[in-house]
Design a binder for this molecule. Sequence first.
Ligand code: O7M
Length: 217
Amino acid sequence: MQKNTRLILALDVLDSDEALRISGDVAGYVDAIKVGYPLILATGLGIITELSKYAPIIADFKVADIPNTNRLICEQVFRAGADAVIIQGFTGHDSLRTCVELAKSSNKDVFVVTEMSHPGALDFMQAAGEAIAKMAADEKASGVVAPATRPERVREIRKIIGNKLTIISPGVGAQGGSASDAIKAGADWVIVGRSIYQAEEPAKAAADIVAYIKTVI
Ligand code: O7M
């Protein structure tokens, strides 16, 4: 994944025509497109292949299972054409290691969720977030997912993982986070969904975010 605009589109729409239209519109402004359960359950895994002509695809399945099941899931995701997969960190080092080994053998990336961006992440996840970040670094994942809604946590997680891993950061716009604050705190990319795909002009919305990010780098 090339670090260019530093914007990742979260494409949580439910219709394949709409997904393709928005992707075509914003392709020049995003470094990757993240697709997950909403779009894939609605349209099928083949949407990954279709969208991959616009940008690298991150498959957000938040994989959270035993190592063998994790491997079976990641194999399907990579076979469909995804360039990266997102997995949950709380299942531990062996579940993560299986995904990282498979990804490295196919030249793909694994991003590990540390603590999530919504308020409920404070109930259980935040307590484990730093340990998960350390595990992601120890297991040589490509990067971690950290919350733009709490830039101070992005900064903390950056300290733990150093500069070898990247940070992708959701929670900008609809969830109240700021793209520039997340980047200033150490995120490599921000992930933005509704503020782009629900905008009247998704390309303009994406261009505005990219311009805003450029003011702080
Ligand atoms: O900009 P939004 O709020 O419309 O969309 C944010 C996207 O990021 C959406 O696809 C969420 O599922 C995802 N996300 C979070 O919002 N918070 C997290 O902590 C983690 C993710 C995510 O992408 O995890 C990999």
